[in-house]
Design a protein around this ligand. Structure first.
Ligand code: ADP
Ligand code: MG
Length: 424
């Protein structure tokens, strides 16, 4: 392929996947029959990787393989293959803590940089469901629970620091994807970059204003600094609505290749940002039959459910399963000790909330003016309508970054979002 690919690596194709899987006894058994009976479809719709779904007479698997470049950009944007390794390491560390909330992992192939995992079916990507106007009654609870468990158990509250440092040493090497976040989320929207795009000409002036907005650039950079300097837990690193697959009753988080030790609010902020983007995009999906007004309200209602589930879940784990070196439990024995500790817990969660607001603001803006956009807006055909929706989202995101004092509680965010949805 290229001089960068290690010996033994080859990009799999729909044709070559069966022969590869045939060499894995457990997978062969899981699929049943022989390779000739297996149907393979490449479905990767993400930015980076190849994803094959394989159906056999008795079972199914999903094969995800790294490519040596950014798929959605082309071969000119080189990208090391190791992201599959980090995705696999993340699931090894976090999977046991999030039963039923992630796909089961079956196999990792170091030489091919590929993961064989459970095929999720009939799940669809949450973002698609939100664009279609589908309600998922359990989604906010499931993802809130996911972040609470994944982050608590990998933090200094949930595990000894020795284990955390070992994991930090692994994920500290995830440079290429951390660089993508550092540049695409915290810097690119605020500078001239060829890979940036936005709805033009409607938002040309807005994009220029962004690049001259000193207060906003300072706030976004402050969050970028925080991202790099707060190794609170092993975070997923890309927890948007395209990284969650759903049915009405089941929710699974996928695609953890951006994982590293960072601030918990980056994960909670990512999920909230994408609910807000979906909320602001809804007028663009309204039809005569469905004005999306009730649906839009439903999306907003998911935000406090998500946040409160995360908050209560994390605090409950801290009260009942503290195994870390931070806040040693044997220091807090009297009622007064317990009261003091409870205050600390609340203060910590409040700081995660403040991070959540700031990171969510950054994550929204990068989807409006950066490289990778979201289908919530891209699928709005009428560019004037799309630009109007995007302007509303930007106005809230800017407020979240430069006026953080307005957001003390989750309800403050809902109120500000409602106030900002001006076209309806
Ligand atoms: P990327 O890292 O390239 O963004 P993703 O992990 O997001 O790749 O996967 C791309 C797409 O493949 C998803 O949007 C989803 O449609 C499909 N997919 C990924 N994992 C699974 C799975 N375990 N089961 C079924 N489909 C999957
Ligand atoms: Mg990905």
């Amino acid at each position: 392929m290229t001089d960068q690919t290690p010996p033994g690596y080859r990009a799999l194709t729909e044709k070559t996947v069966p022969a590869y899987l045939d060499g894995l006894a457990a997978i062969r058994q899981r699929l049943g029959g022989t390779p000739a009976d297996w149907r393979v479809a490449e479905v990767g719709d993400g930015n980076l990787n190849m994803v094959f779904l394989v159906d056999g007479p008795e079972g199914a698997v999903c094969v995800k393989q790294s490519l040596p470049y950014v798929r959605s950009f082309g071969e000119a944007w080189r990208m090391p293959l190791e992201r599959a390794y980090f995705e696999n390491c993340y699931w090894s560390a976090v999977g046991p803590h999030v039963p039923g909330l992630a796909p089961a992992l079956y196999h990792y192939e170091p030489s091919l940089f590929c993961i064989v995992m459970e095929k999720l079916a009939p799940h669809i990507i949450l973002r698609r469901g939100l664009i279609a106007g589908t309600r998922y009654p359990l989604i906010a609870k499931h993802v809130g629970d996911y972040v609470a468990r994944a982050c608590f158990h990998t933090s200094d509250l949930g595990q000894p620091f020795d284990d955390k440092l070992d994991d930090m040493a692994i994920f500290a090497k995830n440079h290429p994807l951390i660089r993508i976040t550092v540049e695409l989320v915290f810097a690119d929207p605020y500078r001239v970059m060829e890979r940036n795009r936005w709805t033009g000409p409607q938002l040309d002036a807005t994009a220029a204003e962004l690049r001259a907005d000193s207060a906003l650039k300072a706030a976004a950079s402050r969050m970028g600094h925080r991202f790099l300097t707060a190794p609170q837990a092993l975070i997923h690193g890309d927890l948007h609505s395209g990284s969650v697959m759903v049915t009405e009753s089941d929710s699974r988080v996928i695609d953890s290749e951006f994982a590293f030790y960072g601030p918990i609010g980056f994960d909670t902020g990512a999920f909230i940002a994408n609910l807000l983007l979906s909320y602001f995009a809804q007028p663009g999906h309204a039809t005569k039959e469905n004005d999306r007004i009730a649906y839009r309200a439903w999306i907003l209602e998911q935000i406090p459910i998500f946040w409160n589930t995360f908050r209560d879940g994390f605090l409950t784990l801290w009260r009942t399963q503290a195994k870390g070196d931070a806040y040693p439990t044997n220091l807090f024995t009297s009622a007064a000790d317990e009261a003091a500790l409870e205050k600390e817990r609340e203060a910590f969660i409040d700081s995660v909330f403040a991070d959540t607001i700031g990171f969510a603001g950054c994550k929204m803006i990068r989807r409006l003016f950066g490289f990778a956009h979201v289908a919530d807006f891209d699928s709005i055909k009428d560019a004037d309508m799309r630009a109007g929706c995007e302007k509303n989202a930007l106005a809230l995101a800017r407020m979240m970054l430069v006026e953080p004092h307005r957001f003390k509680k989750i309800d403050d965010l809902l109120k500000a979002a409602r106030d900002q949805n001006t076209d309806s």
